[in-house]
Each structure stands twice: as C-alpha cells, then as structure tokens.
Design a protein around this ligand. Structure first.
Ligand code: CP
Ligand code: NVA
Length: 299
C-alpha cells in the first residue's frame, strides 16, 4: 500500500516518534560527515505553486545527501499550467519518480493528486496543513527540552495551516496546545474539535503564554493573502510575541517560528533574535526530519 504524508494524521503516534528519533540520528550522521546514501537512485519531484526557501532547499539537499536526485517543477513550466488536468499529471509523473512533494493552495488539490499517484505524495504546505514543518519543530523541542508529551504550548496568531498542524501534533504527541487568535482567524472547528482534550482556544495572548513551555507564532498574512494584509495587520494588533509576553511563559520557555518571520509584526526582534529563540535549529531540522520521512516512505 502506498503511504502518503498529507497531514500528521497519516502516521500513528509511534511512527511519528520513530521519525523524530531517526531525524536526530541522521543529523548526527551528517554532522560526522559520514556517507548515508540509503536512497541511492531515488527520484523526487517537487511541484510548488508558492514560493519556498526552507522546504525546497531541505528536500533537494536531503534527497541528494541520501544518494537520490530531485527535479523542481514550476507549474507554469508544466503542461499543468496550460490546463492539463491535475489527475493526469499525477498519473504520469508518478510513473517516473519515487515520490512527489507538493506545495499548493487548496488541500483538496493535494488530496486529488495523491489519489491518482502511484507513489507517495508529501504535503509541502497547503492552506490546511504544514506537517513537514511540525516534524522539524517537534524534533527541535526534543533536542532542547526532551519529550514534549505533557508540556504546554502557546500558539499566538493566525489559526491557519501551521496552527492546524500544531493542533494535530498536540493529539499525536500528547501535549496541551493553548490557542490565542483574533475572532475571525480561528482554526477550522472540525480540526480543533477532533483534538478536544489536547488543543483549545483561550481569550487572550496572555492567557496562552502564561506558564507555557513553548510559544509559537507565524506570519499574519500567509502566501495568497497579500491583498488582506492591511486588514489583517489591524485585526492582529495585540498578538505580537513581545519580550513581555515571553516573560509570562515558563522561565525556560522556548520560542519557535516556522519562518519567514516579520520582525516587529508578529514577533519582536529581541524575541526571535534572543536567547529563547530556537528558530535556526527549527529551520535546519527541516532537512533532517524530511530525510527521515523520505526514508520511511521510500525505503
Ligand atoms: N517554513 C517554511 O516552510 O518555509 P519556506 O516557505 O521557505 O519553505
Ligand atoms: N502560514 C504561512 C507559512 C509559511 C511557511 C503561509 O502559508 O504562507
């Protein structure tokens, strides 16, 4: 049976923990500069309808380090951009490569692609989820503070794709997620409802941050929402992760952001560039976590 990775819910909690372990092992192997071409000859296609720095570079570098190769396919250069059906693209490309990584807007498009693919499809960000990001984020927490089970995480900001993957992570890894978002920017009620007992909304950013072990945020205007930027900037006033807000969290609380970050908007420069921030480890861990994922799906 083909395994896809469209959301964190496609794996069992045990499999996710195994991926995190393996990511840490692969990181140590790479840092020791030992060869590890465990996927020699494998081909990875990347179809990205949105910009990307971390996701693209980590998948392309990762598959190369594992002995495989990658091809970046901008939709405008594919027949897809001239109207060839998505389903036909999935049927054709999946007969030629070993896995396909997709970044698109509608999650339904990703699901339709996966349905017609003969090889694993990986979600590299949709409007609904960003599961690869969460593998790296959880790995980062483990490296700095040990197991995240039983901990409390504060989400402050937009309740969209990255937040919704944090909700799934709370279910799968057994931590509590407190979510502070302005009205109108809350996570999807179905996704949140399914995580009742693990994730819940709170009234204010302060309520979320108080005593938390980790504070997380994301941009206030995601890709595709550029025209809403001004309205969003007003709606999110009071949701910036400042040093004062971090001071409400536990004394050893960490700060995470998937990046790209906008200093002085969703996070203060002194927080993201300060001692509690682990954003560069998070970014690096995209490489290691996705290599573990590729091994899991392809080996
Ligand atoms: N965090 C993240 O996915 O970054 P990119 O958009 O640069 O890939
Ligand atoms: N929420 C952001 C995440 C970028 C990695 C977006 O969708 O643009």
């Amino acid at each position: 049976m083909i395994r896809h990775f469209l959301s964190l819910m496609d794996c069992t909690p045990k499999e996710l923990r195994m991926l995190i372990e393996r990511a840490m092992t692969l990181k140590a192997i790479l840092h020791r500069r030992e060869p590890h071409e465990y996927l020699r000859g494998s081909s990875l296609a990347l179809i990205f309808e949105k910009s990307s720095t971390r996701t693209r570079v980590s998948f392309e570098a990762g598959i190369t380090q594992l002995g495989g190769n990658s091809m970046f396919l901008a939709p405008a250069e594919l027949q897809l951009g001239r109207g060839e059906p998505l389903e036909d693209t999935a049927r054709v490309v999946s007969r030629m490569v070993d896995a396909i990584v997709i970044r698109t807007h509608e999650h339904a498009k990703l699901a339709a692609f996966a349905e017609h693919s003969q090889v694993p499809v990986i979600n590299a960000l949709t409007d609904r989820f960003h599961p690869c990001q969460l593998l790296a984020d959880i790995q980062t927490y483990f490296e700095h503070r040990g197991d995240i089970a039983g901990r409390t995480v504060a989400w402050i900001g937009d309740g969209n794709n990255v937040c919704q993957s944090w909700i799934n992570a709370a279910r799968q890894f057994g931590f509590t997620l407190r979510i502070a978002t302005p009205a109108g920017y809350r996570p999807n009620p179905e996704i949140l409802g399914a995580a009742a007992g693990s994730a819940h909304l709170v009234e204010t950013p302060e309520d979320a941050a108080r005593g938390a072990d980790l504070v997380v945020t994301d941009t206030w205007a995601s890709m595709g929402q550029e025209s809403e930027k001004e309205v969003r900037m007003r709606a999110f006033q009071g949701y910036c992760v400042t040093a004062c807000l971090m001071d409400l969290a536990a004394a050893d609380a960490l700060f995470m952001h998937c990046l790209p970050a906008y200093r002085g908007v969703e996070v203060a420069g002194e927080v993201i560039d300060g001692p509690r921030s682990v954003v560069w480890d998070e970014a690096e861990n995209r490489l290691h976590a996705q290599k573990a994922l590729l091994e899991f799906l392809l080996a």
